[in-house]
Design a protein around this ligand. Structure first.
Ligand code: UD1
Length: 504
């Protein structure tokens, strides 16, 4: 291990020696930890990182002034749509997706390194349960959808097949996620097919380019954004692992969408049949200010423009049909071929430009007091997972129905959108629609029929609760055997052992 003197000399060279200002007063343990942390930061990279952060932050906020003139919607021939296609076409996409899954060529990759600060919990978001009757967490719902899609593909093709689950974590989420998976016996997935790996962390920097000490013995670090995926894939030889397993196609998704369809056969099949190397699932934006990125083209190149980077005027532009011109809302569900990921990790990753996020970062002041700032004081530099779209040879987008596929959990219940309540409601509204479609009828406490609302939107509380286990149905299939022509008193749960009434 390097001596304090060596570390100090390295830091002095790059103007960051303030990180050692409490070193002399630390006990041997914390002092060794701090020196080890500082030693792991390559000085030139640290200098560049700090300078870049300060320079990026000094630029005027908001979108580049000429962005609006360079922006175009995606050409229609690059966009597949579930709602605007006939059932035969949808069947072909799905069939292709299932075929690839049955051939063991499809993997899913969860981006789970985020801190979930908006939700306000201290543990990984995937461990959150939104208050479903089954009390299932997001991780469990996802694991069960993997099991079900494997089963469906296997049954269609008379094989046993595997969809490996790669989970990118960070320093914040790796330990608790690994522990949670173990505690829950990997939700009955084979642990060999669940691969956890860790993304890198970067120092958080002040507006004048100094790395921040969050404690006397600890530099403030933050994960390098979900685009840290590409370095992490290389750091942990994940593409080699995929190659060994024969994986060709990867569905990358974010942790917080309770309706996410893992390895969605329709999405995968559409991308494969289009010969795409890169794809994004989108939903129609609900309103101009909705905080979702927009999938579009900038200077003719596919890109996601984040909600923070698009001006209100541009976001509000209308197409000739009256809908939003920039309507393709990014839901952080991406398709990549392994070949494309290899190109990115080998060639393009260094070209990705980090984005700046200005945050309130607790720090120690010069007297050694811990300060929780009331206004933002620190810059986090993050790469975004979708910034590689520009390098695709063939990029496609796939539009799906919001009510069926998108309800993200971002905020605590005090907010009015994207909360535990809205996520729970969206899932239960979907299950209610599926149950009605499969022929179930619901009764109230007096045995009278409850009203039937087959088109119930996901924003409404369903008149009856019938939670359906993903192990029974992935996207509404196979429910007639359990529900056709039967009457139930809400609330009920449907799992592999059948329908079960829940106590009042
Ligand atoms: C950059 C990005 O993708 N933005 C999308 C993200 O926004 P949003 O701002 O919600 O992005 P989040 O910060 O929630 O991150 C999305 C996902 O990336 C993961 N994560 C984040 C940071 C990190 O360092 N490591 C990591 O793995 C999170 O755990 C999460 O699973 O989802 C929205 C839909 O819900 C989209 O409209 C946005 O375009």
């Amino acid at each position: 291990m390097a001596s304090e003197q060596d570390v100090r000399a390295r830091l002095q060279r790059v103007g960051q020696e303030h990180l050692l200002r409490f070193c002399a007063e630390l006990a041997p343990g914390p002092r060794a930890a701090l020196l080890a942390e500082l030693e792991s930061l390559e000085p030139e990279a640290l200098r560049e990182h700090c300078q870049r952060a300060a320079a990026a932050c000094a630029r005027p906020p908001g979108p580049p002034p000429d962005l609006a003139t360079r922006l175009r919607p995606l050409p229609p021939e690059r966009v597949g749509s579930v709602s605007r296609s006939d059932s035969e076409r949808r069947r072909l996409w799905e069939e292709e997706g299932f075929r690839q899954i049955a051939l063991n060529k499809v993997a899913v990759l969860l981006l789970a390194g985020g801190q979930g600060t908006r939700l306000g919990v201290a543990y990984p978001k995937g461990m959150y349960q939104v208050g479903l009757p089954s009390r299932k967490t997001l991780y469990q719902l996802q694991a069960e959808r993997i099991r079900r899609v494997q089963q469906l593909a296997g049954e269609r093709h008379g094989v046993r097949c595997t969809v490996p689950w790669y989970v990118m974590t960070s320093e914040f989420t790796l330990g608790p996620t690994a522990e949670f998976f173990k505690q829950h016996d990997f939700f009955h997935l084979d642990p060999d097919n669940v691969v956890l790996f860790e993304q890198r962390m970067l120092p958080v920097v002040t507006f004048d380019g100094k790395a921040i000490l969050e404690r006397k013995d600890k530099v403030a670090m933050a994960p390098d954004g979900n685009g840290g995926l590409y370095c992490a894939l290389a750091d942990h030889q994940i593409l080699e692992d995929m190659e060994r397993r024969g994986v060709e196609f990867v569905h990358v998704y974010c942790v917080d969408n309770i309706l996410v369809r893992l390895a969605d056969p329709a999405f995968v099949g559409f991308c494969v049949l289009q010969g795409a190397d890169c794809g994004a699932k989108v939903v129609e934006k609900a309103y101009p200010e909705e905080p979702v990125g927009v999938v579009c083209q900038v200077d003719g190149v596919p890109q996601v423009v984040e909600y923070s980077e698009i001006s209100p005027e541009t976001a509000g532009l209308r197409a000739p049909d009256g809908g939003l011109l920039y309507r393709a809302g990014n839901i952080c569900n991406h398709f990549f071929t392994r070949r494309f990921l290899r190109e990115v990790t080998g060639k393009f990753e260094p070209l990705l430009k980090p984005h700046v996020a200005v945050k309130k970062v607790p720090y120690v002041d010069d007297e050694g007091n811990l300060v929780k700032p009331l206004t933002p004081n620190g810059i986090k530099m993050e790469k975004f997972v979708f910034d590689v779209f520009q390098f695709a040879e063939k990029f496609v987008a796939f539009e799906v129905l919001r009510d069926e596929e998108f309800s993200p959990l971002k905020n605590a219940d005090s907010a009015d959108r994207d909360t535990p309540t809205t996520a729970r409601r969206a899932l239960l509204a979907q299950h209610y629609r599926w149950a009605l479609q499969a022929g179930a009828r619901f009764l109230d406490a007096h045995g009278a029929r409850r009203p039937e609302l087959p088109g119930l939107p996901s924003s409404e509380e369903p008149p009856a609760v019938c939670e359906i286990s993903p192990l029974v149905s992935y996207s509404g299939e196979g429910l007639e055997a359990y529900l056709q022509g039967r009457e139930f008193q809400s609330p009920v749960i449907l799992d592999e052992s059948g329908v079960r009434a829940l106590g009042p």
